[in-house]
Design a protein around this ligand. Sequence first.
Ligand SMILES: C[S@@+](CC[C@H](N)C(=O)[O-])C[C@H]1O[C@@H](n2cnc3c(N)ncnc32)[C@H](O)[C@@H]1O
Length: 266
Amino acid sequence: MTPADNCDNQDNSNTSHGEQQSSSSPSPPSTSPNSLGKLYGLGIGPGDPELLTLKAHRILTSVPVIAYPTMENGKVLARAIVADFIRPEQLEIPMPLPFSVTRSSQPYYDLAANKIAEHLSAGRDVAVLCEGEPMLYGSFMYLFQRLAQRFPTEVVPGISSTLASAAMLGAPITFRNDVLSIMPATLDAGTLRDRLAVADAAVIIKLGRHFDKVRTILSELGLLERSLYIERATQPNQRIIAISELDPAEVPYWALILIPSQTQPT
Ligand SMILES: C[S@@+](CC[C@H](N)C(=O)[O-])C[C@H]1O[C@@H](n2cnc3c(N)ncnc32)[C@H](O)[C@@H]1O
């Protein structure tokens, strides 16, 4: 897996937010001045703000500090999903992550973890926004590994894009004893082919520039007819299109292929 592929980087949002706080007050309120703040990993779902859980909404609107990944050009997806719920007095910590195959994202997570730790040490709760489900290929996991041993931590599950896509596509994924495989398109061709050859049902994520490789493998395995493509699921610019009609150059990072089970209920 390349550095650019192992994090929740974004490449498609039209919104941007600079590296500064949106707060009008310089120092945000402390929620627990005499003790450590709590770290929240907030799953915020695949894009439709109505798919936020009640719990995520409650925490999002009550914490003094919110952190979220950004691309180096300032584009942000996670913040855009919940933008309507963020209050001006909440402090924001954008966490720049590289979208590059040549640079490791780990030093960036070190920096972000250090910034977040300062607030937690001062007794301020921090919610880290994570698109989809935080513990499934989520950028939050890298902060969790760095901070959860030192600070009280709670992870709030979110609706994963992998499952929301099945709903958007109207495609039941698994029946009875079917096994679902979720795999990144960043795997090498041989591994992808081996995994797909034995999968009852599969979701292939992180498509982007790996789409052509995936399409070739699906064709070789006779899976193309069963495969469904969706990009930006549940977002206003969601697109569902036949794989045969796709221009590989246009496939974004925020896209996946779903291969539903063939099991026929009897
Ligand atoms: C690093 S993974 C993060 C997965 C996320 N934690 C989740 O549970 O949905 C990023 C990949 O998830 C898929 N993805 C995330 N959101 C998506 C969406 N709204 N529509 C389609 N695919 C999405 C894309 O394949 C993308 O490359």
